[in-house]
Write a protein that binds this ligand. Structure first.
Ligand code: ATP
Length: 286
């Protein structure tokens, strides 16, 4: 099947602060030669420690961050050729949901406007049609028409994230970049939102690039998992394969912290961590 999203040899560099004004400018490769694809309707989990470059990849796919080299294509759109303004047609096809739902929802707007705004901007629906569609979207994420007139602060974190998801779904995108969408939520609410995302995917066929540092959550939702370390993609494969038999020492280390709970006794856990940390330090970068 032809991929929906194709990222090839992506490099994104950020300037480092100069120690002295006359020093030459140096750059830090936040993303360093990353390649992967996402098929229509697929979920690719992107994991890695803080600072490994996950968000930068997501922002580049959204067209919010310029690539220094490499290509990012989504369908027939070549994102690396976009100018400063992301074309409207692309914004319809690729949407995003971020970590902090309250921060990403305008606190002065009621739910009807928050979810209906993209419809007003990008479609020719009448007010009535728009409201009907907003109610449909709210029902899709487990809310209802009685929430239309409420403001974001009336909702819990999990419900706010549902509103953000409904808004992202309004224009029937082909791909949603989910950047740590459940990290700010309680564990019990996390599973509700993850189940909701799976349910929405089953009904709409939308693809997800699911960015997170929590491997347990990523394993649950992803078809495939890509592991990033210091800007590079060190492993990519089937979710079960990456979690059960990771090949790269960094992926093993990441997994060990999740699997600690399964190991018997504190000492065994420490020994395993020491062993992996040692192999990780000595292993060459791939
Ligand atoms: N606008 C920027 N200017 C300079 N450096 C940046 C900028 N954005 C990101 N970086 C740097 O690029 C690297 C990758 O950052 P990025 O946010 O993509 O990582 P991440 O894996 O998403 O981390 P986290 O999980 O903490 O969000 C980091 O070293 C970060 O400091």
């Amino acid at each position: 099947m032809r991929p929906l999203l194709e990222v090839r040899d992506l490099v994104v560099r950020f300037p480092l602060p100069r120690r002295r004004p006359w020093h030459r400018r140096t750059f830090h490769p936040a993303v360093d030669g990353v390649s992967f694809t996402v098929a229509p309707g697929e979920t690719l989990g992107l994991v890695g420690e803080s600072g490994s470059g996950k968000t930068t990849v997501g922002r580049t796919v959204l067209g919010l961050q310029r690539a220094d080299s490499g290509t990012v294509t989504c369908g027939d759109a070549d994102v690396t050729r976009f100018g400063r303004v992301v074309p409207t047609a692309y914004r319809r096809r690729v949407q995003a949901v971020f970590q902090d739902p309250y921060g990403s929802l305008n606190p002065t707007m009621v739910v009807a406007d928050l979810v209906g705004e993209p419809l007003g901007l990008h479609t020719g629906l009448t007010c009535r049609e728009r409201e009907e569609r907003v109610v449909e979207l709210l029902e899709l994420v487990g809310l209802s028409a009685r929430h239309l007139g409420r403001y974001p602060y009336h909702f819990s974190g999990g419900q706010q994230q549902r509103i953000a998801i409904a808004r992202a779904l309004a224009l029937e995108p082909e791909l949603i970049i989910l950047d740590e969408p459940v990290s700010a939520l309680d564990v019990s609410i996390q599973s509700q939102v993850v189940n909701l995302l799976e349910d929405v995917q089953e009904r709409t066929g939308v693809a997800y690039l699911f960015i997170a540092h929590d491997l347990a959550v990523v394993r649950h939702i992803s078809d495939r998992i890509a592991v990033m370390h210091r800007g590079r993609l060190v492993e990519i494969g089937d979710a079960d394969q990456v979690c059960d038999a990771p090949a790269h020492p960094y992926a093993q280390l990441l997994l060990a912290s999740v699997l600690d709970a399964d190991l018997d006794g504190r000492e065994a856990r420490r020994a395993r961590r020491r062993e992996l940390a040692a192999s990780f330090r000595t292993a060459p970068d791939r």
